[in-house]
Ligand binder design. Structure first.
Ligand code: FPP
Length: 198
């Protein structure tokens, strides 16, 4: 095997950035840059499959991006919809998933995202996690809310956490980094080995 291929990261994460500037440099509108971004995502996904990367996270739309002009947000939602190509995921045995506050997305997008997640759930060659309406603060807030909900309903607590917690309450010192990790929406993936901001 080619020596360069023996050190492939297990998890690559990409912060999508600079689409607007890229378009401006070419005398084009921002949406031209976003369209080019989608094409690049497609190429990168196929290349990651070829290189046997196991997880690819794409930070595509942050919580802060909701503050963009309405027509840009709508255009981005349209692009997300049109880029959900089940065929490509199925051909490459790629599992598609979303991290982020899906409930904030338009209903039709939520339905399509859910369908694609369900349809590709058993694919095991690589997982593509697209961060939509995502921020670290949102993820931490959700984790803390879920811990509190579980404390209210102790039956629901995972056994490995329950054994450390006193029935009927939780001491501050019982919350460890591991506890938080278990409750993060990214708990199904290892931490990224390579983070690229484009
Ligand atoms: C960053 O460029 C890009 C975005 C905020 C949006 C990226 C999302 C899409 C293209 C939608 C489709 C997504 C997938 C995963 C298929 P920017 O607008 O911040 O550019 P700038 O920094 O030059 O202003």
């Amino acid at each position: 095997m080619n020596e360069a291929l023996t050190n492939i990261p297990q998890h690559v994460a990409i912060i999508m950035d600079g689409n607007g500037r890229w378009a401006k440099e070419r005398g084009q509108e921002r949406r031209y840059g976003h369209q080019a971004g989608v094409e690049t995502v497609r190429r990168i996904t196929e290349e990651c499959v070829r290189l046997v990367v196991k997880y690819l996270t794409l930070y595509a739309f942050s919580t802060e991006n909701w503050n963009r002009p309405t027509d840009e947000v709508s255009a981005l939602m349209g692009l997300i919809l049109s880029s959900l190509e089940d065929e490509i995921f199925m051909q490459n045995t790629v599992k598609f998933t979303v991290i982020g506050n899906m409930k904030r997305l338009p209903d039709d997008i939520q339905v399509r995202l859910q369908e694609t997640m369900d349809h590709t759930a058993k694919n095991d060659r690589m997982t593509v996690a697209v961060a939509l309406s995502y921020s670290s603060r949102w993820e931490i807030t959700e984790a803390v809310r879920r811990i509190v909900t579980d404390v209210h309903d102790m039956e629901e607590l995972p056994q490995n956490i329950l054994k450390n917690w006193k029935t009927g309450g939780i001491r501050a010192e019982d919350i460890t980094e591991e506890t938080i990790s278990q409750y993060l929406c990214t708990n199904f993936m290892p931490d990224p080995d390579l983070l690229i901001r484009t």
